[in-house]
Design a protein around this ligand. Structure first.
Ligand SMILES: Cc1ncc(COP(=O)(O)O)c(C=O)c1O
Length: 356
């Protein structure tokens, strides 16, 4: 099946599934903040028109300063990208032709970027409940230039054990293998960040996105935090003006106020809890996500395609998992959305249970 490689593309998905797109649908395959961007963005949007005629600050200094301050690092340790996705491309370039290890299942762009730069790719598999294959990683990382770990994990939403990752960082210090920790969703969990140990581990690279929490995926902005030496190497690949002026304006605004993220987190926690109670009661399996999406499956089915299609027919677009190595369609990913939207999904899942 040649399905879209990412969520948030319902039109293409229905086309590829050879199905008619219902007039009304709810996209549970997208994993940005379901409450939309912070109100400050729409309030200030009109006043930003003046910046579009000029080139943006190539260094994005105002945003770099904020990020460095908030993460306790020097400005020279922050690299901005046109979304975290662009930074993943830079990392592929950095390790061109070398061996990299990806802890799967994970965001598919690590593999795509590394393939584009002819890296030799090896996978290790974490369990859906979040158990990291530490022993396996240590063996494969002996020869590798870098390892990619996504935590909280996309697609499962589960956070890997900090202790195990620290163990990896300690042991890999000897081999020189870089460790990329993708924290694109860390602010939905509101928990520990590996940015706090950057000073201890020169081979650690932390990736972040501003598009998820602040629902500005169309604006494109993300960043990397690392040692001065790594940041300098990655900066060589950065095209001039890679982050546009509107994205920089939006980032300045969202980073200045933590209350929106706190409010979002609280609402997501409540909705996720409600959904999990429902799923448990109805006999669905689900991952113990700490963020704004989770994996679910009907344990009666190996491949979840019948449920996927049942929901698509009723206008509920979930994220398939065929292109996640290790999952191969055995799960569906669903976003935690607003109460009203989640209730509609609950009704559809109840219908499924009744008829199956
Ligand atoms: C784990 C993970 N990392 C990075 C990205 C890329 O985010 P951005 O929108 O900042 O490019 C995504 C997007 O889905 C993601 O899921």
């Amino acid at each position: 099946m040649d399905l879209p490689a990412h969520g948030s593309n319902p039109a293409r998905l229905y086309e590829k599934m050879n199905m008619e797109k219902p007039t009304q649908l709810i996209d549970f395959s997208v994993n940005v903040n379901p409450f939309g961007p912070p109100p400050a963005i729409s309030k200030q949007w009109g006043s930003w028109l003046s910046v579009v005629s000029d080139y943006p600050d190539p260094a994005g200094k105002s945003v770099v300063r904020l990020l460095a301050g908030q993460n306790g690092v020097n400005e020279s340790q922050v690299i901005l990208g046109n979304g975290a996705a662009e930074i993943i491309q830079f990392l592929g370039q950095l390790w061109r032709g070398q061996q990299v290890v990806i802890v799967q299942p994970a965001f598919s762009e690590y593999e795509t970027a590394c393939r584009a730069y002819d890296c030799e790719i090896d996978f290790v598999f974490a369990e859906e409940n979040g158990t990291l294959p530490v022993g396996d990683i240590l063996i494969k990382a002996q020869e590798a230039a870098a390892i990619f770990i996504c935590t909280p994990n996309n697609p499962s939403g589960v956070a890997f054990s900090e202790k195990e990752i620290m163990q990896l960082l300690d042991e890999l210090q000897l081999t020189g293998c870089y460790v990329v920790i993708d924290e694109a969703f860390y602010d939905f969990a509101g928990s520990f960040t590996f940015a706090s140990v950057l000073h201890k581990y020169p081979q650690l690279i932390v990736l972040r996105s501003l598009t998820k929490m602040y629902a500005i995926a169309g604006l494109r902005i993300g960043y990397l935090l690392a040692s001065d030496a790594i940041a300098k190497q990655v900066a060589r690949f950065r095209p001039h003006w890679n982050v546009n002026a509107l994205a920089l304006k939006a980032a300045e605004v969202v980073l200045a106020d933590s209350s929106f993220a706190d409010w979002t987190r609280q609402n997501i926690i409540e909705e996720r809890k409600r959904m999990f109670e429902f799923l448990k009661q109805e006999g669905f399996h689900f991952t113990r996500s700490v963020v704004n999406f989770y994996l679910l499956r009907d344990p009666e089915l190996e491949d979840q395609q019948p449920l996927f299609i049942f929901l698509l027919e009723r206008g509920f677009v979930l994220r398939h998992t065929y292109n996640y190595p290790g999952l191969s369609g055995k799960w569906l990913r669903a976003a935690v959305k607003t109460k009203e939207e989640n209730n509609k999904l609950k009704e559809a899942l109840q219908q499924w249970k009744k008829q199956s």
